[in-house]
Design a binder for this molecule. Structure first.
Ligand SMILES: [Zn+2]
Length: 460
């Protein structure tokens, strides 16, 4: 019997109201240099699966490492589902979706599975040498490459059967520069894509930029704290829209947070007419791509904000049923060990009509903040550190600044966006999104340049 026949037979033997099997084959490689040492060289593969059963309104889940355990795991999940169903006050149910039978192949130029670990190592070593040799003040580096190829099979008792190939490739280049014990700065480039090996070739310029930025920051001035009109670059604006706003649109989060649920009311105005925020499950080459989510729901282009108005949330089949909405294809799991939860895909602020120069023109004293270097959100409050920044004086860019920390209330900040650029860019990055213990999930975020008034900037 082949794998498909095994899965279909196992599902046919289930007595649950709904049964779903997801099998995940993953092959991974990692190369990492730290300073002048090869820190990690790793090649691994894994096969596993997860069974979910819905019975009497309760969910049961069982994880397996061997397909021969399938029948037994379905029984386990079924028993658990009945128990949960009998004891919970609220019955879980799934919104109706079309049955899909589909195979989705990976799209890339050069399959990274055909590239030797030796070639990968030599490429990353060459980037690491660029980082290290740029300037004698560069005291440490990190150059990390990862690739992952997943083949995910989803079979459900409704008749859906989907096989999807998911490629993912990332590159992280970091330089640390020092001029004395108290003056230590970092420059980095972080890249990720659903692409082949071609994506990481020819990145010498990025390595140079990372090292140069670390060194330049040594002599940059610390920003003076205060309220400023700020221009965010596409990278920082993308992180802002994902972290500060996007997570609040995930419907499962709102069930656990009454205060946010009250704020996130569809039809409410969140910004000016030019503000559009989108989560799109498929744009060629992007890390957040999922043609079908982990419940077999086709990807969608979902307007979270359209012309300034909150128009949709992000849903799994279960949250959609609960809220009377249409599933948006956002149920995702990082691996076979986890059940799908509501996650973003490729999330961005859509392009507006302003040029960068038009944005600069009206600013007497402001800040141009570039790239996110960490950040956190607590309900409506966010704090982001820019990787670096420039002052804006009388409509022109001035000195380089460091220690630029932006804080504020996400909803006030969205309302204070007064100009949206025509230069949208999307970034995969080398990290990923974390939620409910599931990290790192490949996502992409982006934006054009955006101008925001009244931003509180904390300096050192
Ligand atoms: Zn996230």
């Amino acid at each position: 019997m082949n794998e498909k026949e095994l899965l279909l037979q196992a599902i046919a033997g289930s007595n649950a109201d709904y049964t779903e099997i997801r099998i995940d084959h993953e092959a991974r490689n990692q190369v990492q240099f730290q300073k002048d040492k090869l820190e990690n060289l790793e090649s691994s593969s894994e096969l596993g699966g997860i069974v979910r059963c819905l019975k009497e309104g309760g969910w049961g889940i069982a994880v397996l490492n061997d397909i021969s355990q399938l029948r037994q795991k379905i029984q386990e999940a079924e028993r658990m589902a009945s128990l949960v169903g009998q004891h919970s006050s609220e019955a879980a149910a799934l919104a109706e979706v079309p049955v899909v039978q589909q195979t989705v192949h990976a799209e890339f130029e050069r399959d990274f599975r055909d590239v030797s670990l030796k070639e990968k190592k030599e490429l990353i070593a060459s980037y690491n040498r660029i980082l290290l040799s740029h300037d004698k003040r560069v005291v440490s580096t990190s150059a990390r490459y990862t690739d992952s190829f997943r083949e995910v099979t989803l079979a459900t008792s409704e008749g859906t059967f989907i096989v999807q190939q998911v490629p993912d490739i990332t590159l992280l280049l970091v330089a640390v520069a020092s001029a004395g014990k108290t003056n230590i700065e970092q420059g980095f480039e972080t890249l990720g894509s659903a692409a082949g090996f071609e994506f990481v070739l020819g990145r010498e310029e990025q390595a140079t930029n990372a090292a140069k930025r670390a060194v330049d920051l040594l002599s940059a001035r610390s920003v003076d704290g205060g309220k400023y009109t700020v221009i965010l670059d596409p990278g920082l604006a993308g992180v802002f829209i994902h972290e500060a706003f996007g997570h609040g649109c995930e419907a499962d989060f709102l069930f656990k947070n009454e205060r946010m649920a009250k704020i996130m009311t569809l039809g409410k105005r969140f910004g000016n007419n030019e503000l559009n925020v989108i989560d799109d499950g498929y744009l060629p080459g992007l890390r957040g791509n999922i043609p079908y989510d982990d419940e077999g729901v086709a990807r969608a282009k979902t307007y979270l904000i359209k012309n300034g108005i909150l128009t949709s949330l992000l849903h799994s089949r279960e949250t959609a049923k609960k809220m009377g909405a249409i599933p948006t294809g956002n149920a995702r799991a990082i691996s076979y060990e986890y059940e799908p939860i509501v996650r973003m895909t490729n999330t961005y602020i859509d392009a507006g009509a302003c040029s960068f120069d038009e944005m600069l023109a009206g600013i007497d004293k402001g800040i141009y903040a570039i790239k996110a270097y960490g950040g956190q959100t607590m309900f409506e409050q966010f704090t982001f550190s820019a990787a670096y920044a420039y002052e804006i004086v009388n409509g022109e860019l001035g000195e380089m600044l460091k220690d630029v920390v932006l804080t504020g209330n996400v909803f006030e900040t969205l309302r204070d966006i007064d100009m949206i650029g025509d230069d949208k860019e999307l970034y995969g990055g080398s990290g990923g999104c974390g939620k409910g213990g599931q990290f790192p999930l490949p996502v992409t975020d982006g934006s054009p340049h955006v101008r925001i008034t009244n931003v509180t900037i904390g300096g050192k």
